[in-house]
Each structure stands twice: as C-alpha cells, then as structure tokens.
Design a binder for this molecule. Structure first.
Ligand SMILES: [Ca+2]
Length: 373
C-alpha cells in the first residue's frame, strides 16, 4: 500500500487532470484519488492506494519511482510532503469507518478509491466502508447512470463525513479494470506443470486479486482460499458476492473473506477470529469448495442447514487413505471430486498433484494444487 501526504491538489477546482506512473507503468488507481479530491493548504492529508500485485515485481526491484504529471496544462501547483510504502501491512490499518448514501439509482455499486473494493447499496441507498484514515473518495455507479464521486476526511473514530451521491440517468464511463494490473507476470512464480491450468483458471475468472503475481509454489492460506471459493461461487452462479455488513472478526478485514463468510463458505476459527494467515489443508479446501458448489446449486442452503443438503453423486472407490479423512468433512472430500457439473462449468474436479484416489486429506495444498480445484 502507498500512503501519500498530499497538499494543494485541486483537480475539482481547476479542472486539472493528473496521471501517475510507478516505474513508468501507468497507475490510475493512484491518479483517480488525486483527480477526485480538492485539497488545499495549510493542512496536508494522507491518501492511500493499494498497489495491485502486478506491480510487486517493480517494488521487489528495490527501486520505486513515482511520477505525477498534470496533463491539461492548467498549472495546478501541488506538493507531496512524504510517501510511505507499506509492505505486508496489518489489515487493521483500515480502522476508519464511514457510511454514505446513493440516490437516483437503486442498488448502486460503490467503490472506495485507491482500492478495488466495491459494495452495493442497500434498499435505503446506504453503503459502508472501512477505510484507512485520511482523505478518502468514493465512486458510485449503476447501469444506465452516469458515475459520481465524493470525497471527505475519514478519522480513526467518529468520522463525520457522510458522502451523499446522486446518480442521473445517462451513459457512464467504465471503471478501472483492476484485473489488468493483476494479471501482469502472474505466473512468474509457479511450477511449470501448473502454468497451463493456472492460465485456464485465470481465463475463467477464478484467480482472486490476492494471488495475482503471488508465489504459487507456496502453501495457500485460509484467506487466500476463501477468495478462490468466492471466485468459484461468483463464476458458477454468475453473480457477485457481497461482504457481510458487520465484520465479526478482529484479526481480518479482507473483503474476500467477508464475502466468503457472508455466503457461508467458511466459518471463523472462533466467533471473533478468522486466522487469515493460517495454512489450509486439503480437507478444509475440499469442504470450502463443496459449500461454494452447494450455495450456487441448492436453493436455501446455508452453513447451518448444511446437513439437510446432500449432494447426489456416485460414490467413487474409497481413497487409499480414506481412514485419515476427518469425519466432519468426509462427504466433501469424496463427493465433490467426481462432480461433473463442476468440470463442465470450468473447474477441474480434482485436487491434483498426488496419485489418484489418494488424497492426502491433511496435507496443506500449495497454491497451484488448490487453484486446480
Ligand atoms: Ca494547487
């Protein structure tokens, strides 16, 4: 994440238009912040942008050149007091919270600028974000309406800014396509046997942002796999998942985890913890995927009523290590693997990388292995 302490960026007043590059690569996810705030001295404010994973190699090079240009020539002077690059930051830096309203269009999409995180407004037009304290901006859009922006100051507690956006009918402009910044050099860190299938998974939209450009030979975490399951759910169901409104976890603020939790694809490790960085074993992976499949295909399924929803499948021969599969997830391990509909809709139906019919249930899957689910 990049924090920029900015002063006197006045795009809204002067009609200036800024572009930002990181090591020469276009970074519109930072420029959009500078172009949608109006900020003047003597107080400077911090804006925050999550750098997509397609830029990680740039950062790993040890050199990061941030270039800000004004393209219209209006002469909007500005200063950047300091820039802070946060690496492996704790998600608890998103400690500000604010709510706002969108009127004019129902169920509008609202995105927190500097991030790819979107929410949908509720029936009353309300939306809520957790944000890094400082100057923040939001973008509201809906099909058939012109997008709108608003900005304000978010505090660690007691934020008074309440964005209010009104959408008018018309033809809007497309939002930033974040997948463009994530796909870059996505598989530079993956085993050669996995690359073809990873590319297929990418084409099918199954790779979450968190894993774009990640080292795919490493074991996968609970948070990363929750994001994979959200992608599977969204693609199978041709729908968008929404994060849970009230985050019950004190150790995780990842929007993909909050979507998976909202859908019932995953539980916390306690009522208040998710343990996002804990590694996942294969049986947990199979269980989560089964829930994603059930959620899409079985009306009324919830995590609580899971026992009432049986998958119809032809039971395959038992795994050689069947006795090592925990009873709580035996159905998941043995049932979803041969499900042909999963295969038909784009996910390979086996946890590969091990001899057939021997699934090593408790081994931690590496990222490519689980990706192939
Ligand atoms: Ca200025």
């Amino acid at each position: 994440m990049l924090l920029l302490c900015i002063d006197d960026f006045q795009a809204l007043r002067w009609g200036s238009n800024f572009t930002v590059t990181l090591n020469g690569k276009d970074a519109p996810f930072i420029a959009e912040l500078l172009n949608h705030v109006d900020q003047t001295g003597p107080t400077c404010y911090i804006v925050s942008a999550i750098i997509p994973s397609g830029f990680y190699n740039e950062i790993a090079s040890g050199r990061l050149e941030i270039r800000i240009d004004e393209t219209t020539g209006v002469g909007d002077g500005f200063a950047v007091d300091f820039v802070k690059l946060l690496i492996n930051y704790n998600e608890s830096i998103f400690k500000g919270r604010f709510s706002g309203y969108v009127y004019g269009a129902k169920n509008a999409t609202v995105r927190l600028l500097g991030t790819s995180t979107t929410v949908t407004t509720d029936d009353g037009g309300k939306f809520t974000f957790e944000a890094v304290p400082g100057l923040n901006a939001v973008r509201a859009s809906a099909q058939g309406y012109v997008e709108e922006y608003d900005y304000g100051i978010v505090l660690s507690a007691g934020t008074e800014w309440e964005p209010f956006l009104y959408l008018s009918e018309g033809i809007g402009s497309p939002d930033i396509d974040f997948s463009k910044f994530a796909a870059t050099e996505a598989w530079s860190e993956a085993s050669s046997w996995a690359i073809a299938e990873l590319q297929k998974a990418l084409d099918w939209g199954l790779i979450p942002d968190a894993l774009m450009g990640a080292d795919m030979t490493k074991p996968i975490t609970r948070a990363e796999f929750a994001a994979v399951c959200v992608k599977v759910y969204e693609n199978l169901g041709k729908t968008k998942a929404q994060p849970v409104a009230e985050n019950p976890f004190t150790d995780c603020n990842d929007p993909e985890v909050l979507k998976a939790f909202n859908l019932g694809l995953t539980n916390g490790t306690s009522p208040t913890t998710f343990s996002p960085n804990q590694l996942l074993n294969r049986e947990q992976a199979a269980t989560m995927l089964t829930r994603a499949y059930k959620k899409v295909t079985m009306e009324g399924w919830t995590l609580e009523t899971d026992g009432n929803f049986k998958l119809n499948y032809e039971k395959p021969a038992a795994f050689a290590d069947d006795d090592k599969i925990s009873s709580w997830q035996r159905t998941a391990c043995t049932s979803w693997l041969p499900t042909t509909s999963l295969k038909a809709s784009g996910t390979t139906s086996s946890l590969q990388g091990i001899p057939p019919r021997q699934k090593k249930p408790s081994n931690t899957p590496t990222q490519p292995v689980s990706r192939r689910c």
